[in-house]
Design a protein around this ligand. Structure first.
Ligand SMILES: *Cc1c(COP(=O)(O)O)cnc(C)c1O
Length: 381
């Protein structure tokens, strides 16, 4: 992958906009025609010829070219959120009577889609522990149409063997979709193993500045074209031109941001793993992870998010720890410039998490500053 070409050249048309280094935001809802013939042509294929921004906008189109190239798929769609990307991709492949196999602990709104929404339309789902291929085999039904993956998941960081699952799916003529948000389009290539559709919450690493909510679906020309003509145009969950432009701006620094987040996370994990007040670490690239070898095989780099369990069963101690941290902000989401925590003790009482469970995302601050902050707060335990 030639990152320099993709990030600085691909899709750019600088002579068309005054040789500006940075492209314009084409903030328009529609496009005008000089002749009836041109308008007629646009009606025949609105993805190719511009007609209306719900279908196609040049700023979003430039972003699509770059993200499809980064992920290594033929095409992609940009949507208004990661949740929209999940719903559109999943709904595009199912009809009443179909069965889905989904990994345990997927992103919450994927779980809601499978458990609360799809049953209304006669689609059933079996959740399996994705660490063992046998669990997928055992869950197969004659009407299984889709296997939904998230590798790794983003609370417990469980992986699935993408090569093995895809092999099984192809044998049985079952489609595969993966939520690849954790790794970004740079850190994992599920398309190489044959995953059919790859989803990203672009809110996270892709945009990376905590100022845009967006989603991506990557796949073959044929699959993306079909989704485009049906669910995409029908649901209308598009990215605004300004949000697409902000993501184009963000892509310029994606590799640098990933590198910083990853390197700092590893320093911080080394510190935490050696700390007597830390009971457990959930991180694919830590040797204590049961799928460490698989992580090294199918992920291209260690990423910047992990969970820990602090050595305490006292909720107040965890609350004090979280509220003492100065540089880790308490918030949902991740992938931006700022380091974040989500303590499980903020969830409903019956969530089933250990009291000391905290998810960490490592942003772009100096690792030493973050370690100092942790060291100080850990003294409370
Ligand atoms: C945040 C997130 C989503 C949902 O994305 P939104 O842009 O917030 O709708 C999906 N999957 C994962 C793994 C996420 O972290």
């Amino acid at each position: 992958m030639n990152l320099t070409y993709i990030l600085n050249q691909l899709g750019e048309d600088r002579h068309a906009y005054f040789n500006a280094a940075s492209p314009p935001v084409i903030q328009t809802s529609n496009f005008v025609f000089n002749t009836v013939a041109q308008m007629q042509q646009a009606f025949t294929d609105e993805k190719k010829y511009r007609l209306y921004t719900r279908g196609n906008n040049p700023t979003t189109e430039m972003l699509c070219k770059k993200i499809a190239a980064l992920q290594g798929t033929e095409d992609c769609l940009v949507l208004s959120s990661g949740a929209a990307a999940i719903s559109v991709a999943v709904l595009s492949q199912l009809k009443a009577g179909d069965h889905v196999i989904c990994v345990e602990h997927p992103y919450n709104w994927a779980y809601q889609l499978f458990t609360a929404f799809l049953p209304r339309y006669g689609v059933t789902t079996t959740f399996v522990n994705g660490s063992d291929l046998k669990n997928f085999e055992n869950a197969l039904q004659p009407n299984t149409r889709l296997i939904y993956l998230e590798s790794p998941t983003t609370m417990f960081f469980e992986l699935q063997d993408l090569e093995a699952v895809c092999q099984l799916a192809k044998q049985k003529n079952i489609l595969t979709i993966i939520d690849n948000s954790y790794c970004s389009p740079v850190g994992q290539h599920p398309e190489k193993y044959g995953v059919d559709l790859i989803i990203h919450s672009a809110t996270k690493y892709i945009n990376g500045h905590s100022d845009v909510v967006a989603g991506i679906i990557c796949g073959s020309h044929a699959m993306i074209e079909k989704i485009y003509k049906n669910e995409f145009l029908n649901f209308g969950a598009i990215s605004s031109p300004l949000n697409s432009w902000l993501m184009l701006r963000s892509l310029r620094t994606l590799p640098l941001r990933l590198k910083q987040s990853s390197e700092s996370a590893q320093k911080i994990i080394s510190f935490l793993a050696a700390h007597p007040k830390v009971e457990r670490i959930y991180y694919p690239f830590h040797p204590s992870h049961p799928q460490y070898e698989l992580a090294k095989k199918q992920m291209l780099m260690p990423m910047g998010m992990f969970s820990v369990v602090l050595k305490t069963s006292d909720r107040n101690t965890v609350v004090n720890f979280c509220e003492t941290l100065k540089y880790f902000l308490m918030a949902v989401s991740w992938g931006g410039h700022e380091s974040l925590i989500i303590p499980a003790c903020a969830f409903a009482d019956d969530s089933g998490y250990p009291v000391g469970f905290i998810r960490f995302y490592i942003g772009l601050e100096e690792a030493d500053v973050l370690i100092g902050d942790l060291d100080n707060a850990l003294k409370l335990i």
